[in-house]
Write a protein that binds this ligand. Structure first.
Ligand code: PRX
Length: 662
């Protein structure tokens, strides 16, 4: 899968030089008092893991409750891994029952806050009862072990309850982010052949209700596998209803018994699918299984976030993405943690909302995306400074590279200069954190995710797969299997092999460029494939291109990521119209909206530029590298393989474009 237009390590080095990350000389050792109390404060853990990584992860797996022990720690038939083979467990039991049985039922699982300001406190006993009732309702609706359930809900407590209910009865869930369109939802339902869709009438965003059920109604027109739609009332908005198919949550769940025996699942049974964008137009169903995943997310949650009994942990993410799966739901609940669940946007009704939440619940660990931190920087420090943030003791970052400036602002303004920052690199596919500081051990540098955690073995290699010396860049690879790794792409083992395991023999290729400095610190530098990262959300250029050419007036489209100070990357679309179609700013706006309708608002291009032609190699391949330069306003790189050199100039001269100037 070598692609001539991939970003080369040279280009990445160039980018990194521009951002002068390498001039970053500041070091932040763990504060002594923090290190003294930390869950992990002995660096010997790295060596112990390296000496015998199977034994190391086996120890971690012992932190869970198993009905039956495994007979084999790892069965590795490259690239197919099985962890804790023969072991039997149930995820909802590990996340709920075992805490309640240990007398901790009154402990708070979630402080929930709806965007309009409604609040609920949900204890472990409450969440267990709701999960069991929901599980019984799912059974009544004909869902059983081995089935798939699609979940399309706002961030309400019933969402984790629905996920846990699936795990209780051995059904796999696929959560679809509420910002995706009905078409995206339908694709995911069809690929997973879900029997049931769990949704709500709608949710709240920026002070207004938005509709979900309506999108489900449109989606299930084309999803033959769906038998029922279970609908939670959240906003009270009007919904269309189809008798026999649609069922209100309040009609079926509350009347169930709060008693449902957990299924004894095999360690390698499917736990969930989560769709993510790859380099083609079709999102991939990333498949995670049971024992290894829960081992990995619970262990990394304890080590990286230094979780203590009195902590209040807030991952300010949406459960529709992997961060929410692993660090709002499964990792924290398996550890019996107290978490915060917030439904809405950070600036409603004003930009102090997050800091008010931190103050109200005495949040001690905050985990957020750099794009949110940059938005807070833009809104101003006064919103944080008028709140009491003294409960915070550790900060985390995830989803995209964090620029040193945002790191320092987070450290000083939010962390009061006293909280270590864990910049955690990982992916939907990796299931949990892979490269990150251990806050009681690692000296951090602003902008670097530092080193692979114990039990994870990474390298940086050149085009030929040869390890690059320290001080140089290349491609990140992972060298050994790990418990929380994906087990495949649903229904497509060939695509799994080709996407992740064919580029460098025997190694997992995540698609990220990386520079390793003289001290061996990893500096992640963004994707090297056709995947963009917009506000920490992964989007495929190809998927957006196919949405654009779906409009009958568009002949051809090429999409690239352009650097953006707020969102990291912004979507920049070059569009060639069919002959006789007038390029007008209005048409540009229509196309932007068309993409948002097809995929979801997160995929709306920031800029649509009409162009008479696209730069292509002599073999006809679009040279995205040049388009990226144009979109970024950079001087053009090498154009020697260009079929027609005049093309680039004609694009540069193109004046008709539509952009979002918010
Ligand atoms: O490019 C990397 C970037 O996000 C990609 C994974 O996206 P997704 O599967 O949506 O998961 C996001 C949440 C885990 C990676 O390939 N990425 C994620 N975390 C970081 C990062 N890039 C730099 N630094 C990070 N801490």
């Amino acid at each position: 899968m070598t692609k001539p237009d991939e970003i080369t390590p040279d280009e990445l080095e160039h980018q990194i030089a521009i951002e002068s990350l390498l001039d970053e000389r500041r070091h932040f050792p763990p504060p002594a008092a923090f290190a003294a109390r930390a869950n992990v404060n002995d660096p010997a853990i790295y060596q112990r893991a390296a000496d015998d990584y199977e034994a190391f992860w086996e120890d971690a797996a012992r932190g869970l409750d198993w009905y039956e022990p495994w007979h084999t720690v790892l069965d590795w038939q490259l690239p197919f891994a099985k962890w804790f083979v023969g072991g039997k467990l149930n995820v909802s039991y590990n996340c709920l029952d075992r805490h309640v049985n240990a007398g901790r039922g009154d402990r708070v699982a979630y402080y929930w806050e709806g965007e309009p300001g409604d609040r609920r406190v949900i204890t472990y006993a409450d969440l267990l009862a709701e999960t069991e009732r929901t599980a019984n309702a799912l059974k009544e609706l004909g869902v059983g072990r081995g089935d798939r359930v699609a979940i399309y809900m706002p961030m309400v407590p019933e969402l984790p309850a629905a996920m846990l209910a699936c795990t209780r009865i051995g059904a796999a869930h696929t959560v679809v982010f509420g910002g995706f369109s009905s078409e995206s939802l339908a694709d995911r339902i069809n690929d997973s052949e879900a029997k049931l869709v769990i949704t709500a009438d709608g949710g709240y965003r920026r002070g207004k209700p938005f509709a979900l059920k309506q999108n489900v109604d449109a989606a299930v027109e084309s999803t033959p596998s769906v038998e029922h739609v279970l609908v939670l009332r959240r906003t009270g908005q009007d919904v269309a209803w189809k008798d026999g198919r649609d069922v209100w949550w309040h009609d079926i769940v509350p009347r169930q018994e709060a008693n449902c025996e957990p299924e004894r699942m095999d360690s390698e049974d499917m736990l969930y699918l989560l769709y993510t964008s790859g380099t083609t137009a079709k999102p991939k169903g990333i498949l995670h299984t049971t024992g290894g995943y829960l081992t990995g997310v619970s262990a990394t949650h304890r080590w990286v976030f230094d979780l203590k009994d009195d902590d209040v942990f807030w991952a300010a993410a949406d459960i529709g993405w992997v961060t929410g799966h692993s660090y709002i739901v499964y990792g924290p609940l398996a550890n019996g943690a107290t978490g915060v669940l917030y439904e809405g946007v950070p600036d409603f009704p004003d930009p102090s909302r997050w800091w008010e939440i931190v103050e109200r619940y005495k949040v001690s660990i905050l985990y957020a995306a750099p794009t949110a931190i940059r938005a807070h920087m833009k809104w101003g420090r006064q919103h944080a400074q008028t709140r009491d943030l003294s409960s915070l003791r550790l900060l985390g970052s995830v989803g995209e590279p964090i620029n040193p400036e945002a790191w320092m602002w987070y450290h000083e303004v939010i962390g009061g200069g006293r909280c270590p920052i864990v910049d955690t690199w990982w992916q939907t596919e990796t299931g949990g954190i892979m490269i990150s500081p251990l806050p009681g051990v690692t000296t951090t540098k602003p902008g670097s995710a530092t080193m692979p955690i114990p039990g994870i073995f990474a390298d940086v290699v050149n085009d030929d797969g040869v390890s690059t010396p320290l001080g140089e860049g290349g491609y990140l690879v992972i060298e050994k299997p790990w418990p929380h790794m994906l087990r495949g792409i649903y229904g497509n083992p060939e695509r799994y092999k080709e996407t992740y395991w064919s580029r460098f023999e025997g190694k997992y290729f995540p698609g990220d460029g990386c520079h390793r400095d003289e001290e061996g610190y990893y500096w992640l530098m963004g994707r090297v494939d056709d995947v963009m990262n917009v506000s920490g959300h992964r989007l495929s250029t190809t998927e957006i291109e196919s949405a654009l050419v779906d409009d009958h007036r568009v002949a051809e489209a090429a999409v690239v990521g352009a650097p953006d100070p707020l969102t990291g990357e912004a979507i920049f679309a070059f569009v060639i119209l069919k002959s006789r179609v007038e390029p007008t700013p209005e048409l540009g706006q229509e196309l932007r909206t068309h993409v948002a309708t097809k995929i979801g608002a997160i995929a709306r291009p920031k800029t649509v530029m009409f162009t008479p032609d696209l730069p292509k190699t002599r073999s006809g391949k679009i040279m995205r590298r040049l388009l990226r330069d144009i979109a970024a306003g950079r001087p053009l790189g090498d154009t020697t393989t260009l079929a027609d050199a005049g093309v680039v100039e004609s694009i540069r001269d193109a004046t008709t474009s539509a952009r979002d100037d918010e």
